[in-house]
Design a protein around this ligand. Structure first.
Ligand code: SF4
Length: 210
């Protein structure tokens, strides 16, 4: 099986979609190789494109604040994106770009095997749909919910950039991470029906999985 380093080498030399023309740096995932939580963002922004690391701009600061608030430690987290090269300014990635890039996320998840995935925003949800064969809805319907699928949990969140545009959602954003931290703590002894029922976790099936 490929390592995270192997996957990063593939990403930094990738030319599978047109986004490679305009990128300064392709951005690999970042964090521990034994995460409880994998957080999936949309795509690199200007700062990430310069630095080559995910979530180093304003969105990253907000995400770090929410994780600190919830007591989620960096040793339990891996952060990645649905596409690894910066889309055109102000644009979300196209579904064709998400599809081209989704194999890298799939490979990361096969190695990392986290307890929980946190897709942040619609592009991250679309990327999971490509990988898992699911038809998860839009973030406006899913935010704050937790889904149980093939022995893993999915807790969709708004992207921090959406919170920066609409600060009224900030408290809910932080509280969602508090709930995620509580569930993770309860999962230290494995999945149980009581955890699923206590947190109203919805079970679904997928046509494929990683
Ligand atoms: S966005 Fe993904 S698929 Fe497209 S060139 Fe970059 S790494 Fe390759």
């Amino acid at each position: 099986m490929q390592s995270l380093t192997d996957i990063c080498s593939l990403i930094t030399s990738c030319k599978k979609c047109d986004l490679y023309f305009s990128r300064k740096k392709a951005v690999c995932g970042y964090g521990t190789d034994k995460p409880k939580l994998v957080i999936i963002g949309e795509a690199p922004g200007a700062k990430e494109d310069e630095v080559g690391k995910p979530f180093v701009g304003r969105s990253g600061n907000l995400l770090n604040k929410a994780l600190n608030y919830a007591g989620i430690l960096p040793k339990d987290v891996y952060i990645t994106n649905s596409v690894r090269c910066r889309p055109k300014i102000g644009k979300s990635p196209k579904i064709t770009e998400i599809k081209s890039c989704s194999d890298y996320l799939k490979k990361e998840l096969m190695i990392l095997k986290p307890l929980m995935l946190v897709p942040m925003g619609n592009s991250a949800i679309r990327s999971l749909n490509v990988i898992l064969g699911t038809k998860l809805g839009r973030i406006s319907e899913l935010e704050g919910s937790v889904i149980f699928l093939d022995e893993k949990l999915i807790a969709p969140q708004y992207h921090p950039a959406a919170i920066l545009r609409n600060p009224k959602k900030m408290e809910q954003f932080k509280d969602n991470f508090v709930k995620i931290a509580e569930i993770l703590k309860n999962l230290d002894n494995g999945f149980s029906d009581s955890v699923l029922s206590n947190y109203k976790i919805r079970k679904i099936n997928a046509s494929s999985s990683y």
